[in-house]
Design a protein around this ligand. Structure first.
Ligand SMILES: Cc1ncc(COP(=O)(O)O)c(C=O)c1O
Length: 412
């Protein structure tokens, strides 16, 4: 079986240095890898779309130090909440806000954050937007009914998805927005996350451009920018192959050429909003074995839990695990945390070198939708985040939460 080096890579020297300086568990991010991912992503599209505009999906990793690195690489931001808008304003970023079923305060913040375009999930929101002050530029998120080939819980379009304007309401939604004073329009779709099938991106781009063409034919409305969303997958299992991003960008170009010609369209500017692709393989959760239990099967208890990395407990996601510096005979083990839920199993039934208490266990691909999804169940505190900088220096970019932090908002 071929092993994908993207999955198994570890910045060993940096991890060892961090383990000497800090107590486990912690998240470690590689600045070098984040910058490489940004450049690779940007350049893959730029060769076919000179004015391509990438936006990083803040929800994947909202640490301001990480956002600044990504911003330096020329990215704007995709925001999905008030706090994401807040941090993007603070770092003077630009981008889009894509919410769904949002409260008025979030809408107000989205409308008043400089250089952020509102991307509406539903035409019914137009009334509220009108009351707050119609922006000159507006976008709609479309749900064209396409179901992405990915985990069910990561499908964000299709008849069962709560997101986006259904295709039959697209014309009416744009017409209404135009009547209400919008002058410049965008269009957006996000059909699913962690997609490793290159053909998907051709399909959604073609579909979006077909909608753009029909819209122009029926209403004369021109779409100035087209956002194909995020969802660019990364391999989590060593046996998985990486997404061929050049092929993705080339096929998106093909869709543009075909559909712009078919509908005589002025080419919209291309946006995309990757999250996972930029940070997932640039982050690791570094933990230590604290309890080894021989039960019906062998469990290795670590000092991190699923509150740090919820993906395996929420949707059975796979994260590769490495026991640092061990080459002993392999055995079948399950790596668990200390939360009182049986789904607190971070890596099940893995063949790993025989482990002892104190061994460092690293969970890979923990830089995207990892810390960001974490929680405090069982009163667990959130752990620190460190950045491995370009010259191998380490910087604390978020201190560990304390018990006092947990209770500071409570009154007796
Ligand atoms: C609207 C939107 N854009 C972008 C993303 C980023 O997705 P990914 O990290 O799969 O690229 C998401 C993730 O859920 C999303 O909901």
């Amino acid at each position: 079986m071929k092993t994908n080096p993207e999955v198994i890579y570890l910045p060993i020297t940096g991890i060892k240095k961090a383990c000497r300086l800090f107590s486990t568990p912690f998240f470690l991010y590689s600045e070098k890898k984040i910058r490489e991912n940004c450049r690779f992503f940007f350049n893959s599209f730029k060769q076919y779309f000179p004015d391509f505009r990438p936006l990083f999906a803040v929800k994947a990793n909202p640490n301001p130090a990480i956002l600044r690195i990504i911003q330096q690489e020329g990215f704007g931001f995709d925001c999905s909440s008030e706090s994401e808008l807040w941090i993007v304003k603070k770092i003077k970023g630009h981008g889009m806000h894509t919410g769904n079923y949002i409260v008025e305060s979030e809408l107000r913040r989205a409308l008043t954050t400089p250089n952020v375009v509102l991307n509406l999930d539903d035409e019914s929101m137009l009334t509220k937007v009108g009351q707050l002050g119609m922006p000159k530029t507006l976008s709609f998120r479309i749900n064209p009914g396409i179901v992405a080939v990915t985990m069910k819980s990561l499908q964000t379009a299709g008849p069962n998805a709560k997101f986006g304007v259904p295709i039959e309401r697209v014309v009416a939604s744009y017409q209404k927005a135009k009547q209400m004073g919008v002058e410049t329009f965008g269009i957006h779709m996000m059909a699913g996350s962690n997609i490793l099938d290159e053909k998907h991106f051709y399909g959604i781009t073609s579909k979006l451009l077909e909608i753009v063409g029909i819209l122009k034919k029926r209403t004369g409305i021109q779409i100035d920018f087209l956002n194909i969303g995020g969802g660019f997958g990364v391999p989590y299992q060593p046996s998985e192959r990486s997404l061929d991003l050049n092929l993705v960008a080339k096929s998106v170009r093909k869709a543009f050429d075909e559909q712009c010609h078919r509908f005589s369209l002025k080419e919209p500017q291309l946006f995309a909003e990757p999250g996972r692709y930029i940070t997932a393989n640039a982050g690791w959760l570094v933990s230590q074995a604290v309890v080894i239990k021989n039960s019906h099967k062998k469990f290795i208890g670590i000092d991190a839990s699923s509150n740090d990395l919820p993906r395996p407990s929420i949707y059975g996601a796979y994260h590769h695990a490495t026991v640092l510096n061990k080459t002993s005979k392999r055995e079948n083990v399950t790596i668990v945390g200390s939360i009182c839920e049986n789904n607190d199993q971070l890596a099940t039934d893995r063949l790993l070198p025989k482990c002892e208490i104190g061994d460092i266990i690293v969970l890979h691909n923990a830089g995207g939708h990892a810390y960001a999804m974490g929680h405090n169940y069982n009163g667990k505190t959130r752990h620190a985040e460190y950045l491995l900088m370009n010259k191998s220096n380490l910087k604390c970019i978020r201190r560990a939460e304390t018990i006092a932090d947990l209770f500071k908002r409570c009154n007796e």
